[in-house]
Design a protein around this ligand. Structure first.
Ligand SMILES: Cc1cc2nc3c(=O)[nH]c(=O)nc-3n(C[C@H](O)[C@H](O)[C@H](O)COP(=O)(O)OP(=O)(O)OC[C@H]3O[C@@H](n4cnc5c(N)ncnc54)[C@H](O)[C@@H]3O)c2cc1C
Length: 416
């Protein structure tokens, strides 16, 4: 079924009896050409592009819970391509370009809103670093704009500009950045994949891999064995646990990241802002709530909830930047499982086991990467070669010393 304005009018006039389920609920088949583990954004996008761009047939996505129940439905919805390093920027810019045409592409309203993102500058050294990053972005075909303090004040008058500890000296803006309704992305890709014949199998946990002579033959699941020509793993925060079942130890740790939403307010925040002197970022949802977050909790965990000291830390950072936030009531908060890699950048690569492929290490920036990650993973699964924007995301970079350390903080995942 194609969604359109006319369809909405027709359904409104006929009692909404014509809507169909957005995807089927198929039984697992004994064998597929490609099985993708993980029905998050990345797994669903990979399945969608495999079917749509690479003409693959007989694909399944196997999800232990429900579509959208993982990080794809837990994140703070920010998209951007404001990276410095050559290993990253072309990939994230490719992703932003895919976001720009996504809703027409998969015929689903994902509420892509290019309301802009602004990284605030608080010191002269930071201005130098952000200028360099902005130039790198422009060289890679992205947009970047350096703003003075007065220009920032015109757009965000309520920020604490003259705070003696954290004066605001300007900002680096990317006008094409913004937000996207996160779970609609999962639903849109699921619908697009399903309509091209992909089986989306929910409530089906992968419990192991069947191997023979160094080759992966398929996956053991809570609903029986499913054979596969190729298996792609895209389970984000569960990467370490899943790949351990294949005998692999990853350069990834799982950490908790929390997100927060305030009570609904009238429109106050035109775009996304990030504090440059503390870990705090904020936007306003279409329902009016301020959506914000900060640092990971800082200890290894597979729990999807965080602890109070981080709540205090994030709120303190927020109030240092926006004093008026102290009067706003917090409505709810939650946590998600972050697959933090050692250099802060992801991995999209084959493994040493024939037929087994891996996608993970997204840290807390994987939502914006969803379209490009899905496309690049589909490219790898279909052709056995990396996509041109993802050639740096290899496992062996950690052994060879070719880190993609975007922040320059060294091999410590809790600092990225
Ligand atoms: C609080 C928070 C805020 C964030 N904010 C942003 C942001 O603003 N911008 C941004 O770019 N990124 C953000 N991120 C990061 C982003 O959400 C993730 O990097 C990204 O969603 C991970 O990819 P995914 O969507 O495929 O993961 P998920 O949605 O987590 O998908 C993985 C799926 O694998 C399934 N799975 C796990 N184990 C198995 C198994 N054994 N068998 C079958 N299925 C299994 C899980 O149930 C899950 O559904 C944020 C994350 C959090 C938690």
């Amino acid at each position: 079924m194609r969604y359109s304005g006319l369809r909405v009018i027709k359904e409104a006039l006929t009692g909404h009896k014509g809507w169909k389920p957005v995807w089927r609920d198929p039984e697992p088949q004994p064998h597929y050409d490609i099985v993708i583990i993980g029905g998050g954004g990345h797994g669903l996008a990979a399945a969608y592009y495999l079917a749509r761009e690479f003409g693959q047939k007989k694909i399944a996505v196997v999800e232990k819970g429900w579509i959208g129940g993982g990080n794809v439905g837990r994140n703070t919805t920010i998209i951007r391509s404001n990276y410095l390093l050559d290993g990253n920027e072309p990939f994230y810019e490719f992703s932003l370009k895919l976001w720009e045409g996504l809703e027409q592409d998969f015929n689903y309203n994902a509420m892509v809103s290019q309301r802009g993102i602004l990284n605030l500058i608080h010191t002269d050294a930071q201005r130098d670093a952000f200028t360099r990053r902005g130039n790198a972005m422009i060289l890679n075909g992205a947009d970047a704009e350096l703003l003075s303090a007065d220009q920032v004040r015109a757009e965000y008058p309520f920020l604490n500009f003259d705070n003696a500890r954290f004066p605001i000296k300007g900002g680096l803006a990317q006008r094409r950045g913004g937000t996207v309704r996160h779970d609609a992305v999962a639903w849109g890709y699921a619908r697009g994949a399903d309509s091209r014949g992909v089986d989306i199998i929910q409530n089906c946990e992968v419990t192991g891999f069947r191997m023979e002579n160094g080759r992966c033959l398929g996956v053991e699941t809570s609903r029986g064995f499913i054979g596969a020509g190729k298996v792609g793993c895209a389970v984000a925060g569960s990467s370490g646990r899943l790949m351990a079942k294949a005998g692999m130890r990853l350069p990834i740790e799982s950490h908790v990241l929390q997100a927060f939403v305030s009570e609904g307010l009238k429109p106050v925040m035109p775009g996304v802002i990030t504090f440059g002197a503390g870990h705090f970022y904020c936007s306003q949802s279409d329902k009016g709530g301020l959506v914000f977050g900060g640092d990971i909790d800082g200890y290894n965990s597979y729990a999807q909830r965080g602890n109070l000291p981080t709540v205090e830390d994030v709120c303190a950072s927020g109030i240092a930047l926006i004093p008026a936030l102290g009067r706003v009531r917090l409505l709810r908060m939650w946590g998600g499982l972050m697959d933090m890699s050692m250099d802060g950048s992801p991995i999209i690569d084959r493994t040493d086991i024939d037929g087994l492929y891996f996608n993970g290490g997204w840290c807390y920036g994987g939502f914006k990467a969803t379209p490009a990650s899905g496309f690049a993973f589909a490219h790898l699964l279909a052709t056995d070669r990396p996509h041109k924007t993802a050639t740096a995301y290899r496992f062996d970079r950690f052994r060879r010393g070719y880190m993609i350390d975007e922040k320059g903080v060294g091999a410590q995942p809790n600092l990225h």
